[in-house]
Design a protein. Structure first.
Length: 140
């Protein structure tokens, strides 16, 4: 494995009531605590809770076993919301590991304290609150 760079373009936000409209594609997803304003249909992102990957992000989120753990990180008036980025299956685990290692979301366990891949640079764009826009991680 060699040094690599990846560009991620995040889409979202989907809050709990509209997760059925998350695209059924392979990629990464970020789980946040957020405050949804119905009056102007906006989301204020408060905290990154979890980062995951799946062959079908929509299906994975809707049936995820960590919903209760995600909800335990919500304050009064907050709900769970998501952003997603399409990533092909060959790079998904490496990119997920880099994001987790850099951001250390509280509900993730794997990759928070070790990164088993070669030097990896991530460039983030799109709907990506609380994510560092450009960063590099090295094998630990």
């Amino acid at each position: 494995m060699a040094e690599q760079s990846f560009n991620l373009n995040f889409k979202g936000y989907w809050h709990e009531a509209n997760i059925v409209s998350i695209p059924p594609e392979g990629g990464l997803y970020c789980v946040y605590s957020c405050t949804y304003n119905k009056d102007n249909d906006t989301v204020a992102v408060n905290k990154l809770i979890y980062i995951g990957e799946a062959d079908d992000v929509n299906q994975r989120i809707s049936k995820h076993e960590k919903w209760q753990a995600w909800k335990s990180h919500l304050n009064s008036g907050e709900e769970v919301c998501f952003s997603t980025a399409h990533v092909d299956s060959t790079s998904r685990e490496r990119i997920e590991a880099a994001l987790i290692f850099k951001h250390k979301p509280p509900v993730n366990d794997d990759y928070k304290y070790s990164f088993p891949f070669d030097r990896t640079t991530i460039l983030v764009s799109g709907v990506s609150a609380l994510l560092v826009q450009i960063f590099t991680v090295n094998r630990t």
